[in-house]
Design a protein around this ligand. Structure first.
Ligand code: WT7
Length: 635
């Protein structure tokens, strides 16, 4: 029996049992059989969830790009590794073979080396979804540099915060980017950000839109001439299994974004293993994940997982609504996509449009559909199943997080019977637990609680860059000896998991993970604002939208409310990005607070969701009188 490719439910249960009985020998077998290591590990796993310290394949040495590229050259060198589908359907798609990918990654790696980038140095990548985004991160991995991709929809302030946090000296970007019928001046955003980043001395710029940009002498260089001159082979830097591969920032419920650190060996093994099983990937398939590489989904399931399997992976630069709402399906037909992986928010938006946008395309190549990022509601699930999958493609509702590196709970297609809105069963090696508020595990089925994981898996983030204490406090302090996910979940009568949503102050908007604190900080910068509180409320496309309760200073009271709303959203766009804009803003006299001064978000959430019949206990509030006024004037 192969541990690597699960083909029916019985086999899943067998593999699962084996994986939890002896996780070390399970992962050791996977690591041994399917990857190229330069040196074998001394121990498979060392862990302690209290410190916390986690090491997989300690002592082993490898280069992940040898596994994702070089070892495929002999057997599938002419196979397409990446299909680049541009924003504009009139522009030709680009097919990059494994041989070409090897050459382009090597050249890029040599350029980085020439710029003085060394093993362990951080490289911030602020690029749109063009091939250089994938190529540049692989180039970093080639030389042992640590990439930190910042989603190219983030603002200059957000970019600057991340550059400074990880201490990067070099930033990779492009002149601009295309998004539907808009172009975005990425280089201008980088220029603004760098005013706050004294540590950056090098910016390499890829041409994409051809718009005129300013090039700062001594700092900025076009990348094309450097690539042209670069040597097309680059000896891979061999690193320890626990060498950091990348830092990726995610929002926390409080304070600054958290730079989650993922390391090399375990991350490679886990993303490759889950890619193969969750998508039932086969050699001749064409796999498409619509996420941006600026998010963990793109890192693990556009780049590393697929390439480690020698797959053909589609990179899409555009948006689902351009030139019209049939674009996804046009691309599926064009490239004969076999696995399609997207977000519930995209499905909900497309399901609202005319069905002709779907039915006019031939989607018969599809075998497996996937969703990720937020709970999928039943209507969206059925629309996806009926109209995209034609009731023949299992839907994998994959639950995971930036911190987990890879998918932890998901059906395995053709093995696990699916159930709408359920992520179903844990992957091999994953040991979920539901916990009650007193820190006790809730055993048995038909129960709900806070979702924790009891045992490490190979791709768990190892720390928060520069702040190990915060890593411990955020993930390992709430429940002793467990990794706490921040999500609530229920387990049904057969043991299937359904994720019910965040139980902390993180709000998922259109699948984007947003912390309340940074948004509130942005709002509070407005000179007329005294205090603010953000909560989520249900939205039929975004899943959740943001509702802001804002107290004005006395000096701000007389101001035009409409202008104030615009200015507040402008501030949010500048500090975080347009994804964090508020759908509703209500100016209030006061915010409900506990006696210790903490805002009672539970009450605000109910008001924002128009669910005010049962507000629960308000007697512990410091100022119960404000609640009525807020309800009366709510939007
Ligand atoms: C949070 C993590 C994993 C890549 C994308 C998001 C929510 C994610 C699901 C799902 C219900 C989901 C959780 C999780 N989430 N997938 N299938 N069903 N909720 O990564 O930005 O780190 O967000 O997204 O709340 O904790 P992220």
């Amino acid at each position: 029996m192969s541990n690597y490719h699960i083909k029916h439910l019985e086999e899943y249960f067998q593999v699962y049992r084996k994986s939890v009985r002896n996780p070390e020998s399970f992962w050791e077998e996977v690591a041994e059989e399917h990857f190229h290591w330069r040196k074998r590990w001394n121990s498979v796993l060392e862990w302690d969830f209290t410190t916390p310290e986690i090491k997989w394949f300690d002592g082993a040495e490898l280069n992940i790009t040898e596994n994702c590229i070089d070892r495929h050259l002999r057997i599938r060198g002419d196979k397409t590794a990446i299909i680049f589908e541009p924003n504009d359907p009139k522009e030709a798609a680009e097919h990059i073979t494994y041989t070409q990918l090897h050459e382009r990654v090597c050249k890029f790696a040599n350029v980085l080396k020439d710029q003085g980038v060394k093993k362990g140095d951080r490289v911030v990548v602020y690029l749109p979804m063009i091939p250089e985004l994938a190529i540049s991160i692989l180039a970093c991995a080639r030389i042992g540099a640590v990439h930190s991709v910042v989603f190219a929809g983030f603002s200059s302030t957000a970019l600057a915060t991340r550059i400074n946090d990880c201490g990067a000296k070099i930033v990779l970007t492009s002149d601009g980017s295309y998004r539907g019928n808009k172009t975005i001046d990425l280089k201008g955003i980088v220029d603004d950000a760098l005013e706050q980043c004294p540590g950056v001395d090098t910016v390499l710029v890829k041409k994409r839109t051809g718009e005129k940009v300013e090039m700062k002498a001594g700092r900025d260089q076009w990348i094309e001439p450097l690539l042209d001159k670069a040597y097309s082979d680059c000896v891979p830097e061999i690193v320890d299994a626990e060498h950091p591969l990348f830092i990726l920032y995610t929002s926390g419920s409080t304070g600054r974004p958290k730079g989650m650190v993922h390391t090399t060996g375990g991350y490679m093994v886990y993303t490759a293993y889950t890619f193969k099983n969750v998508f039932q990937y086969r050699e001749e398939d064409v796999y498409w994940c619509t996420a941006d590489i600026g998010w963990i989904t793109g890192h693990s399931y556009i780049v590393y997982g697929p390439l480690a399997n020698g797959a053909t992976t589609v990179m899409f630069e555009g948006v689902p609504s351009y030139p019209d709402h049939g674009r996804f399906w046009e691309v599926v037909e064009k490239h004969k996509v076999t696995q399609f992986y997207t977000a519930p928010t995209a499905i909900r938006a497309l399901a609202k449009k005319d069905l002709d946008f779907v039915t006019k395309y031939d989607l018969s190549s599809l075998k497996v559909l996937g969703t990720v990022g937020e709970p999928i509601n039943e209507e969206a699930w059925h629309w996806y199943n009926d109209h995209v999958g034609n009731k023949k493609c299992p839907i994998v509702d994959t639950w995971w997080q930036t911190e987990t590196g890879g998918i932890l709970i998901s059906p395995i297609p053709f093995s696990t019977p699916t159930k709408p809105t359920y992520a179903t069963l844990p992957m091999p090696g994953i040991q979920p637990a539901l916990m009650d508020e007193n820190g006790k595990e809730i055993k048995g089925n038909q129960v709900d609680g806070r979702l924790c994981i009891k045992f490490p898996w190979p791709s768990i983030a190892r720390t928060i860059w520069g702040d190990h204490k915060r890593y411990r406090d955020t993930y390992f302090a709430a429940f002793e000896g467990m990794y706490f996910t921040g999500d609530g979940a229920l387990r049904d009568e057969v043991g299937y998991y359904r994720i019910t949503g965040r139980v902390d102050d993180v709000i998922i908007v259109s699948g984007h993970n947003l912390g309340t604190a940074p948004i509130e900080d942005a709002i509070n910068e407005h000179p007329a604002v005294a205090e603010s509180a953000i909560v989520g409320f249900p939205h039929d496309i975004k899943g959740n939208a943001l509702y802001g309760f804002v107290i004005l200073k006395e000096t701000g009271e007389g101001r035009n409310r409409e202008n104030l709303e615009k200015e507040i959203n402008q501030l949010i766009t500048e500090h975080i990005g347009p994804i964090a804009k508020l759908d509703k803003i209500q100016f209030v006299e006061g915010l409900p607070k506990t006696r210790s001064g903490k805002i009672m978000r539970r009450i605000l959430r109910k008001i924002a969701s128009k669910d005010t019949d049962n507000l629960g206990d308000t007697s512990t509030l410091l100022n119960p009188e404000v609640v009525e006024g807020i309800i009366k004037e709510s939007k």
